[in-house]
Write a protein of this length. Structure first.
Length: 278
């Protein structure tokens, strides 16, 4: 118990939700990557399309799985590197088995994965400015991490309530940002971005197969987050909403199809994207 308290205090000293720092110029371009679980492979395809056209954002804001992809991209990883990493990564690699408390799995594996992939780095040290969106579980407030340990920020943003144990920092419990901002356009605006590209890979509830209590619970989560996503993505300057294939596995072929769908969707919007970045 003492060790957990010590670790929480240490984490709080290097990661805190802070007032957002804006830019003086409102012409900066933000890339917003929404939550969506495994569907976030579509983000990789969007990044690939931007790379092929020499387009790079000034800011990346991510929620949930979008915070994971966004953090690695902001740290300097290319779309090819992200896809290869995704092909090797199973969902179990991001979960720690624990004695159930506030989640079936621990979230430390998420932090370790980020650290092992890009090193023990702070958000402010990244070559592209980055922010991760999370939700404070006790109050329901949206929280934004734009400073401190990047692995902890992604862990906070990606901790699905009931499934992955919340990240505890001091007295606060942080969980999935999709509960409050699944496609965080407003955060990008608040950080000073004058132009926003939003990528929405949230799950369409109408595609759900509801056959178990877990399916029913997840469907409820999907309905809430989808409605929030539709409202917020409408305020973006350019929306990229890939038509991701329905899938029942995350094998190599499925992952490749998700990436390709993201690239196709971004390519379809390329004229508008060039004008936005230009």
């Amino acid at each position: 118990m003492k060790r957990r308290v010590f670790l929480a205090a240490a984490a709080a000293s290097v990661l805190a939700a802070v007032p957002l720092r804006g830019w003086t110029a409102a012409s900066r371009v933000a890339l917003v990557l929404g939550g969506g679980g495994c569907r976030a492979h579509g983000h990789i395809g969007v990044i690939r399309a931007l790379e092929k056209n020499g387009l790079k954002p000034d800011l990346v804001v991510g929620t949930s799985a979008g915070s994971l992809v966004g953090a690695l991209y902001a740290a300097g990883m290319t779309s090819d590197q992200l896809e290869k990493l995704g092909q090797k990564l199973g969902s179990s690699a991001l979960r720690d088995w624990i004695v159930p408390k506030l989640g079936l799995f621990g979230g430390d594996a998420i932090r370790r994965f980020v650290t092992e992939t890009i090193g023990a780095r702070t958000i402010e040290s990244l070559p592209i400015r980055f922010a991760a969106v999370a939700t404070e579980l006790r109050t329901g407030r949206m929280m934004v991490f734009e400073r401190g340990d990047i692995g902890l920020a992604v862990q906070a943003s990606s901790s699905i309530p009931g499934l992955i144990e919340p990240l505890r920092l001091g007295e606060n419990l942080y969980v999935d940002g999709s509960l409050t901002s699944p496609v965080p356009v407003k955060v990008a605006r608040a950080m000073g971005a004058g132009r926003v590209v939003a990528v929405d890979v949230t799950f369409p509830p109408e595609q759900a197969s509801i056959e178990s209590p877990y399916d029913s619970l997840y469907q409820g989560f999907s309905i809430v987050t989808r409605r929030l996503a539709l409202d917020e993505r409408a305020t973006a300057d350019v929306l990229v909403a890939p038509q991701l294939p329905v899938h029942s596995d995350m094998g190599p072929a499925t992952m490749r199809s998700l990436v390709e769908a993201g690239e196709r969707s971004a390519t379809h919007e390329m004229a508008r994207l060039r004008a936005l970045f230009g």
